[in-house]
Design a protein around this ligand. Sequence first.
Ligand code: GAL
Length: 420
Amino acid sequence: MNAITRLAAVISLASLLPLHATAAGNGTVEVLHWWTSGGEAAAVQTLKAQVEKDGFTWKDNAVAGGGGAAAMTVLKSRAVAGNPPAAAQIKGPDIQEWGALGLLTELDEVSTANNWDTLLPAKVADIMKYDGHYVAVPVNIHRVNWLWINPQVFEKAGAKVPTTLDELFTAADQLKAAGFQPLAHGGQPWQDSTVFESLVLAMLGPKGYHAAFVDLDENTLTGEPMIKVFQTLQRLGGYMDPNRAGRDWNIAAAEVINGKAGMQIMGDWAKSEWTAAGKVAGKDYQCVAFPGTQGSFTYNIDSLAMFRLKDDNDIKAQNDLAKVALEPQFQTVFNQNKGSLPVRQDMDMSAFDACTQQSAKDFKVAEQGDGLQPSMAHNMASSLAVQGAIFDVVTNFLNDPKADPAKAVKQLNSAIKSAK
Ligand code: GAL
């Protein structure tokens, strides 16, 4: 056999082999996500370990950048090139858009065999289904409307944990007077809008929040109460570091953990950083509902959407990932690290810390009435186009301390209209 025929034989043999076959012949699952902070990486590690324990290969595709905008850009270009990963973190209404493109796979076998319909709250199950079939698996429920507090810093400043917006400003003044950064914050659009949506929830209530971000109601978006939200946002901006541009959320969290700043307005993935730093909830730090939002719960459900694959072994690996993600042991360890609530409804919550237990109680209360609302800043309330329009207006506003709130609401409304 000459060199050419030998090469042809190798190529034709290779074409018979599965694309990602490992030495053992087991499949590979490539997972695209943006969990790169210390605490979140530890959480991902628990998923990887479980998939590997089941004999599959985990290919990590972590795209740094809180909130996931950079990860979404990578995902889109991979999909356009016809080479999407097996699983990607896609959330909320965006799952429907990917489903409509015909790129997602139906998880009928694994979802039926593992009773997902009974394990998951109906509201969550609906988000995960496209055309009646599961195409994504949820891993947790994050709560966005939290305020994280360093009690030692508060004590030094003589400040009291705020329960109203007025008390929040009083505490911020005391922290400032005592030489601390009152609010740790990173100037990134999704972080700015995380603060903005909590203010909307506090000042417009859950019904007003829904009208603004789900119904995109013009009167709500442009009315006097929304102008007041922007005024308050501007005032809050005065307690943030003016050099905050581009700062990652976990760096801001570290400022509170290290006692440089007193508070952070952030979802409960912030807890993953406290946990990774060995701090104990209720003792070394406090979590309270963002002032004025007690009884409400803005949810952010992390989920892995599954793409169509060709290779049988890789499909097995993908199904294993989907199965593992909802197993009780994984739900406990992952969420202990991630700061979120388990998405399964039948979990023993005694293994969780005070903040997560509080979150579980608040979820139940919010669920009874209007309090349970999808997070706009975390892709749960609208299309990504509408979200992007809101991000732009909010960030431009916050970056200009002289911006006019009355103008901002008009800009908000017209930006949303053209993105719809
Ligand atoms: C959210 C995501 C969280 C967390 C956060 C910060 O969108 O749902 O899991 O990663 O971004 O990056």
